[in-house]
Ligand binder design. Structure first.
Ligand code: FAD
Length: 305
């Protein structure tokens, strides 16, 4: 069977694409590697920036999105996408999984991205309890409190500037002695009176019982270790998009994101990239959902041409 469309991934982008594709009357299936839909949202303690649903639990929001797609009769298959191929001069796209090969005339890749972890004790245990990977999402919970941002790139600098507006104090902890963030961001950060830089410093452990209480850090040159008391740790050491399986056929940028604009069109006609997986300025639930809608309508137009 050749479907009109295959959607790979069922986070906010894939689920929104499915809702729009169903309403557009396309024949399609959603392939999801996890046993549940919702993507990164499932791991979010509280979402306070999705319009109309203030303070909703991430798990509940993920479930609501999936229920919406189920109510419309969307078909889901619990299987991991492994490989993309193109047949009949691009008219047919073949999606390889561990078992079946699924074929369609168009594809939406909505497989998201993963935050890089530090891999230190306390990090996993305290995620959602003071350890966060998203200042825009969780910063408001730390108003008037002391936090650290770990990292030295643009994301770390942006997070620290954002947090400095509401937090009492922000430590920027970086294992080198200079940031590689854009100069304009570094200038803005240096202008924040409540920001302290801790250079040449690595985090070795995050501590706390029910919530983050502090972290242990080590000076990489002197080896000196000390504890820093604080309420939150924002880790901004990069993201890894789930694009290895498509990077031979689709154009990706130097960090691995599929190159696509707001129209979600990729370098291959009929293949669209929606949500965190594509090049974009802001990776959030609402921008992923917007991409899903755009991608489904773009796929519909491609199929009608
Ligand atoms: C801890 C945390 C807190 C956050 N808090 C907020 C917040 O408060 N507000 C906000 O707006 N945003 C928040 N975000 C960001 C938001 O969750 C993401 O921007 C959004 O989920 C991206 O949606 P997506 O559909 O593009 O990708 P994802 O949510 O990453 O979904 C991708 C889906 O694809 C599936 N998949 C991956 N690879 C394959 C494969 N090979 N085969 C099949 N399926 C596959 C995954 O299992 C997943 O279900 C947060 C992120 C994190 C990590």
């Amino acid at each position: 069977m050749v479907y009109d469309l295959i959607i790979a991934g069922s986070g906010p982008a894939g689920l929104t694409a499915a809702i729009y594709a169903k309403r557009a009357g396309l024949s399609f299936v959603v392939l999801e590697k996890e046993s549940m839909s919702g993507g990164q949202v499932l791991n979010t303690y509280e979402v306070d920036n999705y319009p109309g649903l203030p303070g909703i639990g991430g798990f509940e929001l993920g479930m609501k999105m999936r229920e919406h797609a189920d109510r419309l009769g969307v078909s889901f298959i619990n299987i991991e996408v492994r490989h993309l191929d193109i047949e009949e001069e691009g008219r047919i796209k073949a999606i390889y999984t561990d078992g079946e090969v699924y074929r369609a005339r168009s594809v939406i890749f909505a497989m998201g991205a993963k935050h890089r972890l530090l891999g230190i004790p306390g990090e996993k245990e305290l995620t959602g309890m003071g350890v966060s990977y998203c200042a825009t999402c969780d910063g408001a919970f730390f108003k008037g409190r002391t936090v650290a941002v770990i990292g030295g790139g643009d994301a770390a600098a942006e997070d620290a500037i954002y947090l400095a507006k509401g937090c009492e104090h922000v430590y920027v902890i970086h294992r080198r002695n200079t940031m590689r963030a854009a100069a304009i961001l570094q200038d803005q950060l240096k202008g924040c009176e409540n920001v302290t830089f801790l250079w040449d410093t690595e985090i070795t452990r995050i501590v706390g019982e029910e919530h983050v209480e502090g972290l242990w850090m080590k000076h990489v040159k002197t080896g000196e270790e000390r504890m820093l008391d604080l309420d939150g740790v924002f880790i901004a050491v990069g993201m890894t998009p789930e694009t290895e399986i498509v990077s031979k056929l689709l154009q990706t940028d130097e960090t691995g994101y599929i190159v696509a604009g707001e129209d979600t069109a990729t370098s291959q006609p009929g293949i669209f990239a929606a949500g965190d997986i594509r090049t974009k300025a802001l990776r959030q639930i609402i921008t992923a959902a917007a991409d899903g809608a755009n991608a489904a309508i773009a796929a519909q137009k491609y199929l009608m041409a």
